[in-house]
Design a protein around this ligand. Structure first.
Ligand code: ATP
Ligand code: MG
Length: 481
């Protein structure tokens, strides 16, 4: 009897897999690391076959004690915006996966600056090298014979099932989709110079999305029933677990603390600092807030932060210690006026300055590893608060993602945002959301830990304005505060 769903979350730092039973309980999990290379400043590369291997390994680990015949469906959650090109006949990738943090297509964006308003209005996203469109232009210039382009979800579906598809929410992160119609925009394709012939076909987020072949290892012969962008999947998990009362229970925003962070709220016309995105295209699922013309399509406002958990990873490497050690150093210390602005590849939401430079301010002879660790952790919460400030009426924040395991970080978040933060006890909501969408049975409720603000408004304002002063030093574009 089919008793389980398997969900695979292909993230930037690792691939995670969960085995979820009919009661919604996570009964087993697995993970596999993903290689990442930084061959020159601003370049971030991953390997398509390595990503596929990681999916196989993580799934095999989650299914180590269970016969795959007892699995009814597979759900996929993937990192978004990262792009690659391949040969449709041989199936061989032609070049690296350009990670979402990669900045090499900056010049392509600079050349398009006269059209940035039109691009933002059609795609819902500010013109930025983070999104796939400019990356694909760069990749096609480097490999003109490429006959297929795609994102990580698109590559995995191609490698696992042979179909050249892309899920609609992931497609909305390419900057080539008309976000309001949910179809490829001829105008955006022409601006970025992407021929329609190399594009994948757009599919909904749920339904019969293909049967996995031998490339899937233990997943072979299982049907894919759900595909979501990782941040969207986390939002779906928060939503589906509250059984339709999401609008009421939500009252604000969800934040996924991964390598980067995604802040999502329920607005159909976000302010300029945020983007408009397709959360999912799935019939008969919980509906929250904003709608598009296509009634199965759920819209959301989103602000992306390029470096959140990655900042901790960077500092750990710099200090020659583990990520856990950085977290430990930060727990016992105050930043003592040190601010770290992690603009490693410019700053995304709400600043959108791809030339902003990373910096550390407020150093004194007394500043040591502990102050830097505290400043690194605080930078995550400050950046998230910068985006929350752009969302109206946030009464609570729902948190998830690898770095949300850090209680100290979540407490700082509640302090700086000035609202309660409810942190999901299940760490990997991206995988859980994909499992919930793939499963033929109802989702189970998620348990949360609540963190309440512990500082007063004066303290909060002082810390926020000192942070903003540091950000203003990092920016190259003049903005109001
Ligand atoms: N205790 C901790 N405190 C702060 N950050 C942490 C902690 N543990 C892990 N991290 C950070 O969390 C990140 C990993 O989280 P997660 O597994 O959710 O990311 P991911 O899914 O691979 O990335 P993404 O979702 O952005 O694609 C790493 O950048 C790591 O440095
Ligand atoms: Mg993730």
């Amino acid at each position: 009897m089919a008793d389980f769903v398997v969900a695979v979350d292909q993230g930037t730092s690792s691939t995670k897999a969960l085995l979820v039973d009919r009661s919604g309980a996570v009964v087993a999990s697995g993970s596999a690391p993903v290689g990442i290379a930084y061959p020159s400043p601003g370049w971030v590369e991953q390997d398509a076959q390595d990503i596929l291997r990681g999916v196989r390994l993580a799934a095999a680990a989650a299914l180590r004690d269970v016969d795959p015949a007892r699995v009814v469906a597979v759900g996929l959650s993937t990192q978004r915006e990262s792009a690659l090109v391949w040969d449709r006949v041989s199936g061989e990738p032609l070049g690296p996966v350009l990670g979402w943090q990669d900045q090499r297509s900056r010049d392509i964006c600079i050349r398009l600056r006269g059209s940035e308003k039109e691009i933002a209005s059609l795609s819902g996203l500010p013109l930025d090298p983070m999104f796939s469109a400019a990356k694909l232009r760069w990749l096609l210039d480097a490999a003109p014979s490429a006959s297929a382009v795609g994102t990580v979800d698109s590559w995995l579906v191609y490698a696992l099932t042979g179909a050249h598809h892309i899920e609609r929410g992931n497609a909305s992160r390419t900057q080539l989709l008309d976000v309001r119609t949910g179809t490829w925009s001829p105008r955006l394709l022409s601006l970025f110079g992407i021929p329609a012939s190399v594009l994948p076909e757009i599919t909904p987020s749920s339904g019969d999305l293909g049967v996995i072949g031998p490339a899937g290892g233990v997943l072979a012969s299982l049907p894919i029933r759900a595909i979501l962008g990782d941040s969207h999947a986390a939002l779906f998990a928060h939503a589906s677990s509250s059984g339709g009362s999401f609008g009421g229970a939500f009252g604000g925003a969800k934040v996924t603390y991964g390598t980067g962070s995604s802040v999502m709220g329920l607005l159909s016309s976000p302010s300029t600092g945020l983007g408009l995105t397709i959360a999912w295209d799935a019939p008969d699922v919980v509906r929250i807030g904003a709608q598009s013309k296509n009634t199965d399509v759920q819209l959301a406002a989103e602000g992306n932060i390029r470096s959140s958990g990655a900042t901790i990873g960077w500092l750990a490497t710099l200090l020659g210690v583990s990520t856990e050690r950085v977290a430990e150093l930060a727990r016992g210390a105050s930043s003592d006026g040190v601010f770290l602005v992690p603009a490693f590849g410019g700053l995304a939401a709400p600043w959108w300055d791809d030339a902003a430079s990373g910096l550390i301010t407020g150093l004194s002879l007394g500043s040591g590893p502990a102050q830097l660790a505290a400043a690194a952790l605080e930078s995550i919460a400050h950046q998230v608060t910068d985006v929350l400030d752009d969302l109206p009426d946030v009464r609570q924040v729902l948190a998830d993602g690898g770095a949300s395991a850090n209680d100290h970080l979540i407490q700082i978040q509640a302090d700086l945002a000035g609202v309660p933060v409810r942190r999901a006890r299940t760490r990997n909501l991206s995988a859980l959301g994909a499992a919930n969408l793939a499963a033929p049975w109802p989702a189970a409720a998620i348990a949360y830990d609540e963190f309440r603000p512990r500082i007063d408004q004066d303290d909060r304002s002082a810390r926020r304005s000192a942070w903003r002063a540091a950000v203003h030093r990092a920016l190259t574009t003049a903005v109001g505060s």
